[in-house]
Design a protein around this ligand. Structure first.
Ligand code: NDP
Ligand code: OXD
Length: 314
């Protein structure tokens, strides 16, 4: 049976390695032969061009090259009946755990202060606090949030988690839904955002929400770490919160518009640590093979794994 072709539709980065790995086993094209190309059976995508997938009559599944799928669902012409599969992979999870632990520890161990002191050649040892006195609240206790929570628990931090539906997790104070949000924030010193971007979460990290964090704490202020999506937060509100002390510091990996404009005050803000959407990179050397295996299994009649709930948006 002809397996058809894989459409590799990627913008924002060069898909060379993805192409090599997928093409080793399947016919791959970077462009369909016309809007209704009948030879395309799978699409592997990152921020595909709007309308690209709408007319493909034999499309069986859409694979995201990342864990998030907002970049796919943003297209209003997306064929709603075609399953969308997202990345759930140890390699990507490990990258995110490293990122979260790195940023939490840097804030906890006063990286900002010491980098400033080093620049000024200041020899001064401030009081040291202990992980057990600091509560990290993770918004989004999914595949990535749970793994990060476990690593933080091992280090001795108090961990709170907030989810959409009820998901108790051993060792974690769990909150869910709108009613759980305020008590979750009121018990949190370092807020880690690992939510997907959906209609319900867009713009959720605003000034009002940041005001609810616990700022009289062992750290001397509340901290924000966003590695979810930039459109979850309002950058003007983060800047305001940093100016008036609502936030002590922030680590931001994702931004409302990417790449971050060179004119953004976040680049040079003394209380901001910034990375270019690099918390957990999708490495094709780890992710292409499971994708190809899923295509083979699907053709044998097996169900797809990690299929997104398009209605919920993640
Ligand atoms: P999952 O789908 O496994 O988990 C999502 C979590 O968010 C779940 O716990 C879910 O709750 C919760 N959630 C969703 N909507 C709401 C809501 N309205 N209110 C409260 N909680 C909500 O996703 P992953 O952990 O795999 O990934 C999370 C996100 O991380 C991705 O969507 C992506 O945006 C981002 N990401 C960023 C990367 C980077 O490099 N910066 C790399 C990879 C991912 P429930 O458990 O009830 O369903
Ligand atoms: C992802 C990402 O969603 O890299 O995987 O942002």
């Amino acid at each position: 049976m002809d397996k058809g072709r894989v459409l590799l539709a990627v913008t924002a980065f060069h898909p060379q390695r993805w192409y090599e790995l997928l093409a080793a086993e399947r016919k791959v094209t970077l462009e369909p032969d016309g809007a209704a190309d009948p030879t395309i059976t799978y699409a592997v995508v990152w921020k595909q061009r709007p309308n690209l997938l709408a007319g493909l009559p034999n499309l069986r599944a859409i694979f995201s090259v990342g864990a998030g799928v907002d970049h796919i669902l943003a297209d209003p012409t997306l064929p709603r009946k075609v399953p969308v599969v997202r990345v759930v992979a140890d390699n990507l999870t490990q990258h995110m755990v490293e990122f979260v632990v790195w940023r939490v520890l840097d804030h906890h161990r006063q990286g900002f202060l010491y980098r400033g002191q080093q620049k000024r050649k200041v020899w001064h040892e401030p009081p040291q606090r202990t992980a057990k006195d600091v509560a990290v609240g993770i918004m989004g206790l999914g595949n990535l949030g749970r793994a990060a929570a476990n690593a933080l628990l091992t280090l001795g931090f108090v961990v709170n988690g907030w989810t959409r539906t009820e998901h108790p997790m051993p060792g974690v104070a769990s909150f869910h839904g709108e009613r759980g949000l305020m008590p979750f924030l009121n018990a949190t010193d370092i807020l880690v955002v690992l939510l997907p971007l959906t209609a319900a979460t867009r713009g959720i990290i605003d000034y009002r929400l940041l005001r609810q964090l616990r700022s009289r704490n062992a750290l001397g202020g509340a901290v924000l770490i966003n590695a979810g999506r930039g459109k979850l937060h309002v950058e003007a509100d983060i800047l305001r919160a940093l100016e008036d002390g609502t936030l002590k510091e922030a680590s931001l990996d994702v931004f409302e518009a990417e790449p971050l404009a060179r004119t953004s005050p976040l680049w040079s803000h003394p209380k901001v640590f910034l990375t270019p959407h690099a918390a957990a990179t999708s490495d094709p050397n780890h992710l292409a093979r499971p994708m190809l295996e899923q295509m083979d299994a699907f053709e044998r009649g097996e169900p797809l794994d990690n299929v997104v709930d398009i209605g919920a948006g993640y």
